[in-house]
Write a protein that binds this ligand. Structure first.
Ligand SMILES: Nc1ncnc2c1ncn2[C@@H]1O[C@H](COP(=O)(O)OP(=O)(O)O)[C@@H](O)[C@H]1O
Ligand SMILES: [Mg+2]
Length: 302
């Protein structure tokens, strides 16, 4: 079942229960039904039981194999985040998945003015989940619990990065439209990831745009991307490169900032040299990025 279909089956009472799981995420993994009943007194035991079974059937929560207890699943966190975003009028509708990243699922969605946006749901630790299940019992509980919590932390970090970048008016990054928990809502960009692009009409100019984003982020927003590569750049139809995926950003005062900036610049210049034969040296690109901005300078051509 698609996430939108699951979402439409939920009523306010279901969200109240999901909200209880979300609020207790850092304290419990499995929550005993008895405890839920004690805390959510508005639900008579029969109704609570029926609702928990409904949420379990929809795969939003799952039952402990032996105990009368449930834990929140990622889909439950997704639906609860969507509810908050719908109530805040950040989102009007959720559509299909458009991308699976290393650490996220990306959905197309509709904003309040029927505009196309994307919702990025973080899934931190998804890839190593199989290894995690092999560790000791309490270790599983701990790691499993932190899986959702760490996704929430990443969501907050990416929203923070985009907020700072947007405020500093750094060009060619998505505009943050909102978000909560592990969800980030931003502009949708029609395009292809740079690693899939075999040919550009003006690769020098595309690289300059990317270096301008890096440079202006560094000087005006005081941020370093930290994972810049051909996988985190979307090239639009007009050959505008959009730099995405910012949760691992560093601030320029971080002791590692300079080293990480150099790595970002190295990777991207090396890619352009190999793929598009752009005759640029790393040192030259680094010097460009590290040259301070003139006031009113928006980058290109300086
Ligand atoms: N704003 C966006 N517009 C269009 N597609 C996007 C957008 N953000 C992400 N995507 C797509 O989803 C993929 C994963 O997003 P990304 O932010 O890089 O997450 P991850 O951390 O999982 O790599 C991207 O490579 C891209 O194809
Ligand atoms: Mg990415």
């Amino acid at each position: 079942m698609k996430i939108g279909e699951v979402f439409r089956r939920l009523v306010n009472e279901d969200f109240a229960i999901l909200g209880f799981f979300v609020r207790n995420l850092r304290r419990f993994e499995y929550i005993p039904v008895e405890y839920i009943a004690q805390k959510l007194r508005r639900f008579p035991p029969k109704e609570l039981d029926a609702r928990l079974r409904k949420l379990h059937k929809l795969k939003l929560i799952e039952r402990h194999p032996t105990m009368d207890a449930y834990r929140l699943k990622m889909l439950g966190l997704d639906c609860y985040a969507l509810k908050i975003l719908a109530d805040r009028d950040v989102l009007r509708a959720i559509g299909d998945m458009v991308g699976v990243g290393k650490e996220s699922d990306i959905y197309r969605a509709m904003g309040p003015k029927d505009e196309l946006v994307v919702v990025k749901f973080f899934r931190i630790g998804r890839t190593s989940f199989r290894n995690v299940t092999r560790v000791r019992d309490y270790g599983v509980a701990f790691e499993r619990g932190t899986w959702l919590v760490r996704s929430i932390v990443a969501g907050r970090r990416e929203r923070e990065a985009l907020r700072i970048l947007n405020e500093a008016q750094v060009p060619n990054v998505p505009r943050l439209r909102g978000g909560c928990l592990h969800a980030v809502v931003m502009d949708y960009f029609e395009g292809v990831e740079l690693f899939e692009v075999k040919e550009l009409s003006d690769p020098d100019s595309v690289l300059t745009d990317i270096l301008d984003t890096v440079r202006i982020a560094y000087w005006r927003a005081k941020l370093v991307h930290g994972d810049l590569s051909e996988y985190n750049i979307i090239v639009t139809e007009g050959e505008k490169p959009i730099v995405i995926d910012w949760p691992q950003y560093l601030t320029t005062v971080d002791p590692n900032a300079r080293r990480v900036l150099e790595r970002d610049v190295l990777y991207i210049t090396r890619f352009f040299r190999k793929r598009f034969r752009v005759p640029i040296e790393f040192e030259e690109a680094l010097q460009y990025v590290l040259s301070p901005l003139d006031e009113g300078d928006s980058g290109k051509g300086s």
